[in-house]
Design a protein around this ligand. Structure first.
Ligand code: GLN
Ligand code: ZN
Length: 769
């Protein structure tokens, strides 16, 4: 095909769409089923309805090919495990007794069995269920769900493409099943898995599939030559099958790098590539391998992970270049639209001008359609859309919301010294020891105490106008009094106010910072039926007034012991929000850091001697490609230091991180120049203490001795045993005693008992020193 005829053939598609429905109908149906209020048939009917509505909407919007198989009751990786028969032995009976209940048992566990482990889907905030595989795993094909979805779509008259997790990514995302040696590599099962995929492909072809998409996002990560060979083998084998639909191998979230030539050479009919952000490097790389002669290229030019409108002219330029590089070029979002909310038009409270800058799944679908039309029929066919897009981009670029001269001047004036404490760690450490007068192995918590039903009611009452601000404040203060009284009685050394006023650790601050906005319906799936509504970091960030000082000061006034102030750090503020894409992340982080720095300074001025800046997201936002990590860690650690650099040497700065696997960022943790860190460690038996020690981490550390993700109460003996383990790596002058994370999801009875045991353990081990 010539570029011109390739252009004329351009079509529009997406890889997946939010499963929830316009009003989170899926959440209600699934949770209703769990509670016994919704029958299995009713759940299935709701699901079929949601699928049908989505396809109709997508086709109605002008997509030429709709995705199928992207819908899931819980998680698409779990669906893949079911499709290939990778059901762990402990779930077998439940699955055999009732496939639907067995499926949910794998997802959430039940009285008798633990669920599959859950972890983050690449660097998104979506979590998938980790396949458990071992040398004895036997794969068997069960394509019923996939064939069912495809048949439904075809029967409704849609041109549909079935989307599957590809075999290489599936294995790379898996972990050794319990009891299997840790060195076991699931990828060694590839030869056993491919025949099962072959069977599924044959089933799909028999059901009428013309195209099947195999998602291989794991290939955008750094891969070893052996892994790349496995990918080459997988697609050679699947490509040379005779009884199969046409294959589209999709990658997203980053550039393919060394995997690009591998896939370009594979005997498949099409590739889908991401061309947004760092993945824009795919463009040059594609030219360098000579393009995809004779193949279909699906170009992800609309960012599927953020909520900002596309730059049409830029995308059309990319698409124009791509035309010369493939047999035909289709237009798509860069990844499944699962990661964005459903419809920006549902937002009633967002300033209409700002609303025009936003694109959720529905708007992104329209963008893809417009770009495909512009590509196929020339820009003359989308004149009005182009003009509007240009005007919206200009309004965003010139708005006082995105350009606040005071914020810009302040950032420009930041010096190196602002990000440095006035004394080195060793000096600060002795000044703090003298000022705080803490015992060896001091005890503390991570910040939040149980968020009770009463607290949630108080917040709802305030929102609904049933109580006024003064009454709300009184309820919060009463809670702070209770939390303080308990901590004093339990004998904790560094107290917290308990964060009763916070709905969420990011949203609470976002609501008070200028430059952030909130959505009413901006829900995205985090895992299963859990949805989050990330705030939108839309403009330049500033802090009109103190955010936490009044609560911390109130707590301080109730006790003679030190009370720790509590803030969410700049990296986490970005990681759990939708962040503006019109400037480098580091610039945005610096603005947030300066706003938080004012809060830190105000806390200190109000007499707070210990201040904790939480950065649980530091590890999880690490770029997928190693080459990008140094740049990220540089701005991430710099923004933390800018937040905390203004306090006196005797003020102790803590940080906190959850989720294990800190090994590769210990240097970055050190570079934060905090005085103390608390980390999740109870489940890994203090592994992180050993990692810190191996690195020579010189500061104070509190590896958690109480697993707060479980209602289980650790005994004092158990906590003491963990502390002794911690002491093998960290000397008593530098070891803190604390839980893994905040207690907001726990109930009071287990919190009380666990913290009493934790204090008892600290006392026991102190006496042994
Ligand atoms: N200070 C927060 C809390 O205790 C930290 C939460 C977190 O790390 N996720 O809830
Ligand atoms: Zn935590």
């Amino acid at each position: 095909m010539t570029p011109k005829s390739a252009a004329a053939a351009a079509r529009a598609t997406v890889y997946g769409y939010p499963r929830q429905g316009g009003n989170r109908e899926l959440k209600r149906a699934v949770e209703g089923y769990w509670k016994g209020r919704v029958t299995a048939d009713a759940l299935r009917a709701t699901a079929a309805d949601l699928r049908r509505t989505t396809w109709e909407q997508l086709a109605g919007a002008g997509l030429h090919e709709v995705p199928t198989g992207d819908f899931s009751y819980y998680d698409h990786v779990l669906d893949t495990s079911v499709m290939v028969g990778a059901v762990p032995a402990r779930h077998r009976a439940a699955v055999d007794a009732d496939p639907l209940d067995g499926y949910f048992a794998m997802a959430r566990g039940n009285q008798d069995v633990a669920p599959l482990e859950m972890t983050k889907w690449f660097d998104t905030n979506y979590h998938y269920l980790v396949p458990e595989l071992g040398p004895d795993t036997v794969f068997t094909a069960d394509s019923s769900q996939q064939v069912g979805a495809l048949t439904e779509a075809l029967a409704l008259g849609h041109t549909a493409r079935l989307v599957l997790v590809g075999p290489v990514t599936y294995l790379l995302l898996a972990k050794p099943a319990p009891g299997v040696a840790a060195g076991f590599e699931p990828l060694t099962l590839l030869d056993r898995l491919l025949p099962v995929y072959a069977e599924v492909l044959a089933d799909l072809r028999a059901a009428g599939a013309t195209w099947v998409q195999l998602d291989e996002p794991a290939l955008v990560q750094d891969r070893t030559p052996a892994e790349l060979n496995a990918a080459a083998r997988a697609y050679r084998d699947l490509g040379t099958l005779t009884d199969r639909p046409q294959l589209l191998v999709a990658s997203y979230f980053d550039r393919l790098g060394d995997a690009l030539p591998v896939l370009a050479k594979a005997p498949v009919e099409g590739l889908a590539l991401d061309f947004t952000g760092p993945a824009a490097a795919n463009l040059e790389a594609l030219a360098a391998v000579g393009g995809l002669p004779g193949k279909r290229l699906v170009a992800g030019v609309v960012d599927g992970r953020n909520i900002w409108i596309n730059d049409y002219e830029k995308s059309l330029a990319t698409l124009g270049t791509l035309l010369g590089l493939a047999e035909c070029v289709d237009v798509a979002a860069s990844c499944s639209l699962l990661h964005v909310p459903v419809d920006a038009a549902a937002e009633r409270d967002v300033d209409p001008q700002v609303l025009r800058w936003l694109a959720f799944a529905r708007q992104k679908t329209a963008e893809v359609v417009t770009l495909a039309k512009g590509l196929a029929r020339g820009t003359g066919s989308i004149t009005a859309e182009l003009a509007r897009n240009r005007a919206d981009l200009a309004s965003r670029a010139n708005s006082p919301i995105t350009r606040d001269p005071a914020v810009r001047a302040r950032v420009a004036a930041v010096t190196d010294a602002d990000g440095r404490r006035s004394a080195p760690y060793e000096q600060r450490s002795s000044a703090q020891r003298a000022a705080l007068g803490l015992p060896l192995l001091p005890t503390t918590t991570i910040g939040s105490f149980p968020q009770t039903a009463e607290l949630r009611t108080a917040r709802a009452d305030l929102r609904a106008g049933r109580i006024d601000a003064a009454a709300y404040e009184e309820r919060i203060k009463a809670e702070i009094r209770d939390v303080l009284a308990f901590q004093e009685k339990a004998g904790l050394d560094v107290l917290v106010h308990g964060e009763p006023e916070r709905n969420d650790m990011v949203q609470y601050f976002a609501e008070q910072l200028t430059g952030y906005l909130a959505t009413q319906h901006g829900w995205v799936q985090s895992y299963g039926t859990r949805y989050v509504r990330p705030p939108v970091l839309a403009g330049d960030i500033s802090r009109p007034e103190p955010m936490t000082v009044r609560w911390t000061s109130y707590a301080n006034s109730l006790t003679d012991r030190p009370v720790k102030g509590m803030l969410t750090g700049p990296v986490t503020m970005l990681a759990w929000s939708f962040v503006r894409d019109d400037q480098p992340l580091g610039d945005t982080a610096r603005q947030v850091a300066l706003a938080l720095r004012d809060e830190v300074d105000d806390l200190e001025a109000a007499g707070t001697s210990v201040i904790q800046v939480d950065e649980p997201a530091l590890r999880e936002t690490l770029p997928l490609r190693a080459a990008d990590r140094a740049g990220y860690l540089a701005w991430a650690t710099e923004s933390f230091r800018l937040t905390t650099g203004g306090v006196r040497p005797e003020t102790q700065i803590h940080t906190h991180m959850c989720y294990a696997e800190f090994g590769d960022i210990v240097q970055a943790i050190d570079d934060l120049d905090a005085d103390a860190i608390s980390l999740e460690a109870a489940r890994s038996h203090m592994q992180v203490a050993r990692e810190l020690a191996a690195h020579g981490y010189p500061r104070e550390a509190g590896p958690g001795v109480y697993d707060i993700h479980s209602p289980r109460i650790p005994s004092a003996e158990e906590a003491a045993a963990l502390l002794r383990k911690g002491l093998e790596a960290i000397p008593p002058q530098r070891l803190w005693v604390n839980p893994d994370c905040g207690l907001k999801t726990r109930g009071w009875p287990e919190t009380r008992a666990s913290l009493e045991n934790l204090v008892a353990a600290a006392r026991t081990v102190r006496d042994e020193l």
